[in-house]
Design a protein around this ligand. Sequence first.
Ligand code: TXE
Length: 450
Amino acid sequence: MTVTVVNPATEETIATLDEAGVEEADAAVARAKAAFPGWRDVTPRERGRLLRRLATLVEENGEGLARIESQNVGKPIAGARGEVAMVADVFHFYAGAVDKKHGETIPVAGGVDMTFREPLGVVGLIVPWNFPLNISSWKLGPALACGNTVVLKPAELTPLSALELARLALEAGIPEGVINVVVGKGRIVGQRLVEHPDVAKIGFTGSTEVGRGVMKGAAETIKRVTLELGGKSANIVFADADLDQAAGAAPYAVFDNAGQDCCARSRILVEHSAYDRFAELLIEATRGVTVGDPTDEHTDMGPLISRQHRETVASFVEGEPLFRGDAPDSKGFWYPCTLVEATNDDRVAREEVFGPVAALIPFADEDEAIRIANDTPYGLSGSIWTSNGARALRVARALDTGVVSINSNSSVRVATPFGGFKQSGFGRELGMHGLDGYSEVKNVFYSTEG
Ligand code: TXE
């Protein structure tokens, strides 16, 4: 069996790989298990040095990695370079974090009580196709820093950058068996990792539906899970906001990565009194998004990941939209930037589209904005645009989401925690919080009596 890897911008095959099954997954877990005692015992200083070396190699090989990611996902090359730069930063961060996650000493009677953060063992990392390298690094960084060994399962559609990263890890001196990449189907290889008795934890990013299955499967062996699932984030624009700025930033917040982003602000909530003006500005800004060849330095948005996914995205647009942009009619899974007007009960506002379709939804006042924003099973991120600082913080506290930005649409930073409320999952990635999910607290009491 083989996996055929396609460039979504040209529909051409760019690689054919052997497809792993249960046997290969088991072998990868066995390699990771054998490597664990040695990796756990590597001194913090040396582990940090190896991660820093990996970060440096990612920088040195940045252009190659960006090209792989651009070809395999259809990402515009300029954006892909930025993503690879973040991957290097993530490894730099966790290289520095290795010896900074301290234990505690706790006052107790009769002795000394202290805590340690112990690695879990072998962890399974299951990642999606939308940000293959970035999301892999968000899990690999803390997992390796804490002393775990890993089996990484990239999405079937986008395995190439993970394989290259594993090669660089070996070149960096990270011992054989510490990082194992298995290219295979989610329901076979992924499922096996979830059920495998020697896998202590699953770090998963993907759909809420599959995440639910991962959680169920993990119950059998009481595996730890971190789930980063879907989103339906609100971009809330109050009439007192700088409308030019809010409208100018809104397309990037939903059309970046062709909307295939769990943080996509795909519900744009606008206060009634500013609605018409904002819609005009938003259409103008969306007209400025250049859709086309991902290898072109000036391209803002590439194609969708697959033909099947394009059909799903198209199914969300019924009737004539408020605005539809241009897209190439050549080969490739192209879909134009699309703006629709909706209520929060419409399917386009309830389900994750994961494509370049944004829904404009009007609201009357602050209470209604909060009610609509929270009226979703998801809770990953969101934005608030206003010039009223008190309101900004009031609304930020009222939103049921893990990440909020004020007068900005950014959700992800290397040093800050990222993750969801409600059905967007649980556990936090990135920053020092990311280490919690890859280590266990051990409490040791040392008697001083006798
Ligand atoms: O995700 P899947 P898909 C959402 C988005 C998208 C939809 C479907 O709405 O349109 O999900 O995308 C592996 N046991 N997100 O089908 O299937 C799979 O091989 C274990 C949001 O790609 O969830 C891949 O490696 N693993 C999301 C990973 O899970 C399994 C990012 C994700 O695939 C498995 C991606 C199983 N039974 C999609 N079945 C986000 N949070 O950004 C599949 N996998």
